[in-house]
Design a protein around this ligand. Structure first.
Ligand SMILES: [Fe+2]
Length: 201
């Protein structure tokens, strides 16, 4: 395996998950099957005491920062999946957004969040104002693992405390447009997703 772009110490924490995930790319699986299995591997990260220790010092982006930011811990040299950290300050909310064509597994390490998922009723190709129906509304807590398929609109509302999530994505985001919907006006825009800050564990 090619050397990852992170320190060896840090990689040892991720290694059990990375090796199990890489094995899934060597199997004949469709995307949904593979990502359901990746979700099942998340306890290898979420139950890791060393990872939890490291997470205490991960920085939250500045509250006035316009663009979301992920810490980038690992990018697979062969299969291109990535492992991100996302730290939210208490009461932070995301716009309604999708993750474009990528698959996402979202695991909560600490804190609580409310997640609302939406279905778009209007014709996305014709309209710059979305008509949305909420289709799911639930609270996620440490250990919870959420699977987000391509194109699914959702918003996250952090609880009162700092929230830390570990995210596994099918590829690095930030360089291609994702759909954003203004929660008040429902105006649709397309903008790059979270900035990626490479971070040594
Ligand atoms: Fe999201």
């Amino acid at each position: 395996m090619e050397a990852p772009e992170i320190s060896d110490d840090g990689f040892e924490i991720l290694r059990p998950f990375v090796e199990a995930a890489r094995a899934l790319w060597r199997q004949e699986l469709d995307d949904e099957q593979r990502w359901r299995k990746i979700a099942e591997l998340m306890p290898l990260l979420l139950d890791s005491d060393p990872l939890r220790d490291k997470a205490r010092s991960w920085p939250a982006p500045a509250a006035d920062r316009a663009r979301a930011q992920n810490l980038l811990f690992y990018e697979d040299p062969d299969y291109h999946f990535v492992i991100n950290g996302l730290i939210k300050n208490g009461d932070e909310i995301t716009p309604i957004h999708d993750h474009a064509h990528t698959w996402t597994v979202y695991g909560v390490l600490s804190g609580h969040e409310r997640v609302v998922r939406f279905k778009r009723r209007d014709d996305a190709a014709q309209s710059d104002r979305a008509t949305l129906d909420p289709i799911d509304d639930y609270v996620v807590a440490p250990g919870y693992v959420d699977l987000v398929p391509p194109g699914l609109l959702h918003a996250e509302y952090a609880g009162g405390e700092r929230t830390v999530a570990i995210i596994v994505r099918s590829e690095r985001v930030g360089d291609f447009p994702q759909t954003m919907v203004d929660p008040a006006t429902r105006a649709v825009t397309h903008a790059p997703g979270p900035a990626q800050l490479r971070w040594r564990l």
